[in-house]
Design a protein around this ligand. Structure first.
Ligand code: NAP
Length: 255
């Protein structure tokens, strides 16, 4: 593959890091943009289930399209295949399962929906194009400690994320839309246990892929979810007098 394209994918990865910082700033300035912070108003919104299914779908569809339209030479190698599978497994869950389990989720403002969809096209292309055409790993990369530790972190992070989202969902009975204090699992230690799982997951992916592209996605996720976790934490403290004071924001025992 052309070195020029490899350079372009590196530039896209650095831009993704900048997007993470800008996105975090935008969340602070706009006081977050979806979920509990959206005030009732006349602006256009997409129902929660449709929004999550459609905005996340490009992360699944774009990699499949990228790999189908050109000979995905590097996918003959096991490390590349496993890393792409890690990405696709997450987004199969996020776009095909997660949306249909949501209970009483708030409609997503149209602008947030459009920006999230565009990000998923961008990131789906970046990760899949890099792994299918450019990433070169040694034959024994799958036994390298970076890959093994990264893979375990990815798996543990994904399980924590799914379990924590399950706890949040079950706080509401069918038809309810209000908020309660989450209990159980890692919520005993942090406000944003689902975000903690997601950050660990993508840091594991970054480590296992040992690439600018993998780390850029982990950094983007960390920027966005750290900001949102801080806002959730402050919101719980203000809303619930009995909110557990020792609970950290996103990283158990630390922060
Ligand atoms: N990789 C990334 O950059 C990235 C970015 C954003 C999100 N995500 C992932 O996407 C998933 C959803 O994110 P999110 O920001 O929507 O998470 P969230 O704010 O924690 O909300 C998740 C769901 O649980 C409900 N919920 C949250 N707290 C609740 C409470 N105390 N009582 C009752 N229901 C509650 C929410 O309802 P409402 O909609 O009514 O608030 C929503 O349906 C998470 O797994 C997250 O990790 C990833």
């Amino acid at each position: 593959m052309e070195p020029a394209e490899r350079f372009q994918l590196d530039v896209l990865a650095y831009l993704q890091c900048a997007m993470g910082l800008l996105g975090s700033l935008a969340l602070v300035l706009a006081d977050s943009v979806y979920g509990r912070y959206t005030s009732p108003g006349p602006d256009l919104r997409v129902p929660a289930r449709a929004a999550w299914a459609l905005q996340e779908l490009p992360s699944l569809a774009v990699p499949l399209w990228v790999c189908a339209r050109t000979a995905a030479e590097r996918l003959r190698r096991a490390p590349n295949r496993i890393l792409l599978a890690m990405f696709l497994v997450h987004y199969a869950q996020r776009s095909l399962i997660f949306p249909f389990l949501i209970r009483g989720g708030k409609p997503v403002p149209l602008l947030t929906f459009v920006l999230a969809s565009m990000f998923c096209v961008y990131n789906g292309y970046l990760q899949s194009r890099y792994l299918s055409q450019h990433a070169v790993y040694a034959d024994d990369w799958v036994t390298d400690p970076r890959f093994l530790v990264g893979f375990c972190l990815w798996l543990i992070g994904m399980l924590v994320n799914i379990h924590s989202d399950h706890i949040l969902r079950n706080l509401r009975k069918p038809g309810e839309t209000g908020y309660k204090i989450p209990r159980g699992g890692l919520f005993e230690y942090v406000t944003a246990a689902n975000y903690f799982g997601e950050v660990v997951e993508w840091c594991g992916y970054g480590l296992a892929s040992w690439s600018i592209q993998g780390w850029a996605f982990a950094f983007f996720t960390f920027c966005i979810l750290l900001t949102r976790a801080q806002q959730h934490h402050q919101w719980y403290l203000e809303k619930f007098e009995d909110y557990p004071k020792l609970r950290k924001i996103i990283i158990p025992f630390l922060f």
